[in-house]
Design a protein around this ligand. Structure first.
Ligand code: ADP
Ligand code: MG
Length: 344
């Protein structure tokens, strides 16, 4: 009976990503998976749509409506909108009629500062949380990937999201070394968009760039099959619609710069890792999470360049959300991590 009383109210993990928000509820799994996009009416300053519905509006809005990604660069560009988004998703995921207030753990991008952390916690509490905690992305990713982070053993993780890439070495429930760069899947999309405009006079939107990246893009043309796709856009010279055939080699060329930066950052992290932990990491392989980790050939490329096995976590996109939720049951084990704070 005591156990029951103790467990009243849900334990909820929220991955507040730069591209995607996921909500995980203990014993239910991932119950919400939506883009972190908010559509606003600039005249009335009111929210028009949030999530999937708002994403459809990106690049397609009339003048008075803007679709924005409030966490795009890994920092909270717009407090009020982020707060509205968080509350909306929390309510959508667990319903308005809650008898017991849930315990909530939010995973925030590493670029988020102290003041912003406070704002996120406040928003979770205002949305009806009984307790609100925060966790760093790599730690949540490790827990989600099933790693026992409480042991004195080194684990290395690379999480590639939309706006940021987080690389971290963890041991004993804390971060030994970590690095966060503002390069992720969005930079690949931008690079593809620029390449098609510059080299082929073809104007496309961001969503189209992302779609071709996902369907035929590669980070390692030597090790992946060549693929082709037709892209529709507008010819910048004639102003007319144009269809262009692109292949994976072209996309690789376009994405090379941001890709090289990610590889270089992984190498730097490895160089800064204490030797004892290196030997642990070599035994286990490096875990990749986040949507960007799914770019074709990226795992092979990293494995080839670093001479260390890289491994994409199962459910790489929902890994952080699951880890965030599970972390609520392990507050004692991750106590030495500075970002996990009790709110009240
Ligand atoms: P965040 O945690 O920052 O919200 P996600 O982990 O959801 O980000 O990853 C989003 C990024 O992953 C986007 O740039 C998206 O285009 C990219 N992505 C998702 N699936 C794939 C795929 N199969 N191949 C390449 N990139 C992908
Ligand atoms: Mg993420």
């Amino acid at each position: 009976m005591n156990g029951l009383l103790f467990d009243m109210g849900q334990s909820i993990g929220i991955d507040l990503g730069t591209a995607t928000v996921l909500v995980y509820i203990k014993n239910k799994g991932v119950v919400l998976h939506e883009p972190s996009v908010v559509a606003m009416d600039t005249e009335t300053n009111e929210v028009v749509a949030i999530g999937k519905e708002a994403r459809k509006m990106l690049g397609r809005t009339p003048e008075n409506i803007v679709a924005i990604r409030p966490l795009r660069e890994g920092v909270i560009a717009d407090y009020a909108t982020t707060e509205k988004m968080l509350k909306h998703f929390l309510n959508k995921a667990c319903g308005h009629k809650r008898i017991f207030k849930p315990k909530v753990m939010v995973c925030i991008p590493s670029g988020v500062t102290g003041v912003e952390e406070r704002a996120v916690r406040e928003a979770a509490l205002q949305a009806g949380a009984r307790e609100a905690h925060l966790i760093e992305e790599p730690l949540a990713a490790a827990i989600g990937a099933g790693i026992d982070i409480s042991k004195p053993e080194g684990n290395m993780l690379v999480d590639i999201g939309g706006g940021t890439t987080d690389i971290a070495v963890l041991s004993l429930g804390g971060t030994v070394y970590s690095k966060s760069i503002r390069i992720g899947g969005d930079k690949f999309d931008e690079a593809i968009l620029k390449y098609l405009r510059r080299d082929h006079n073809l104007l496309i939107g961001e969503s189209t760039a992302e779609a071709i990246k996902i369907s035929i893009g590669t980070a390692y043309p030597e090790g992946t099959e060549r693929m082709v796709a037709e892209v529709r856009g507008r010819d910048l010279v004639t102003g007319l619609p144009k269809i262009l055939e692109v292949d994976s080699d072209m996309l690789y060329g376009a994405m090379k710069k941001p890709l090289d930066t990610i590889v270089r950052s992984v190498r730097e992290t490895f160089e800064k890792t204490p030797p004892e932990l290196i030997s642990d990491i070599l035994e286990k392989s490096i875990i990749m999470t986040g949507g960007g980790a799914l770019l074709r050939g990226l795992d092979i490329r990293l494995t080839e360049e670093m001479k260390v096995p890289f491994f994409i976590a199962d459910n790489a996109i929902s890994c952080v959300a699951r880890g965030t939720g599970k972390a609520l049951d392990m507050l004692d084990k991750i106590g030495n991590n500075s970002k996990v704070k009790r709110a009240y």
